[in-house]
Write a protein that binds this ligand. Structure first.
Ligand code: DBV
Length: 265
């Protein structure tokens, strides 16, 4: 990083970060929504550390990009670049509970053992046809198109299932050039299509009555608690930066509904 980031909307620039084109693409697609900066403390806007052994340290860097608007409580990207150890883009859009919108979630993870790629529009309440059906009717055809082009990622934990849609695109790929090509074409296109649908849902959403909003907020709390409790990045981030910083990052930035700036006194 050459220039210090002072706002959550400042560009993220991590040397050699493989997910840079995905974040750039997402920011371009979100432009019509007119995002404002989202308050993120300096200590989380960017952080450097070190991993690996004392003899062979690997520099690691983490940056947070984040925005919001009246319809989106928080849009945030957690970006991690650790050379051969890890390269991650975790991108989540948290809608305002005044709108019947799912979450957008992408987890693009490269580890020494291969890539783990997850993409979904995640329901606040899977059993609620008002909330889910209009989304899934439009998302499933997109899912079907890309699912056939990617190997299945395998089973996900039973307890996680309520939080996923039937259009959860989930794959594991080995490291190598064939996967790089697949990521640059199929995965990039799927990411673009999922997000394009999401942006359209946001633009056409109509505010719901307060009783429904209260219900949606309850569902959002459940989802956010689950994601914070089970965050698969906890181990990695703790190794890089220690557990105190990591817990604060998870609860005050990554999954911050309970501590959201709009809910702070
Ligand atoms: N995952 C996060 C955040 C990350 C992050 C905030 C800052 O929610 C990275 C980084 N995900 C991350 C890492 C791993 C995974 C794995 C580093 C590897 C953990 C390891 O093997 O050590 C999807 N992500 C996973 C797994 C799943 C998901 C199913 C593998 C299973 C597991 O280890 O629990 N994450 C999950 C998901 C969404 C998501 C479905 C939304 C689409 O963001």
């Amino acid at each position: 990083m050459t220039q210090r980031r002072s706002s959550s909307l400042d560009p993220v620039c991590l040397d050699g970060w493989r997910w840079q084109p995905f974040l750039d693409q997402a920011i371009t697609q979100l432009e019509p929504l007119g995002l404002n900066a989202y308050p993120v403390a300096d200590s989380f806007l960017e952080r450097s550390g070190s991993s690996g052994s004392r003899a062979q340290p690997i520099p690691v860097r983490t940056a947070t990009w984040a925005g919001c608007n009246p319809r989106l409580r928080q849009v945030r990207a957690a970006c991690v670049e650790a050379g051969p150890a890890a390269s991650v883009l975790n991108f989540v859009v948290n809608p305002s509970a005044q709108f019947d919108l799912p979450f957008f979630g992408a987890d693009l993870v490269t580890l020494p053992g291969g890539h783990l790629l997850a993409l979904d529009l995640q329901p606040v309440d899977r059993a609620d046809p008002l909330h889910t059906r209009p989304v899934w009717d439009r998302l499933l055809p997109i899912f079907e198109r890309y699912k056939t082009l990617l190997p299945d990622g395998g089973p996900i934990p039973e307890e996680a299932k309520p939080y996923f849609s039937p259009a959860f695109l989930w794959t594991r790929l080995p490291l190598g050039e064939a996967s790089d090509r697949l990521i640059g074409t199929v995965v990039a296109e799927a990411f673009q299509q999922y997000l394009a649908l999401y942006v359209d849902l946001v633009q056409t959403a109509v505010a719901v009555p307060p009783e429904r909003s209260a219900l949606l907020l309850e569902g959002q709390r459940r989802y956010t608690r689950y994601r914070a409790e089970k965050d698969p990045a906890r181990g990695m981030l703790s190794r890089f930066y220690g557990s105190e910083w990591t817990e604060a990052y998870i609860h005050a930035v990554l999954f911050d509904l309970e501590q959201s700036p709009s809910q702070r006194p």
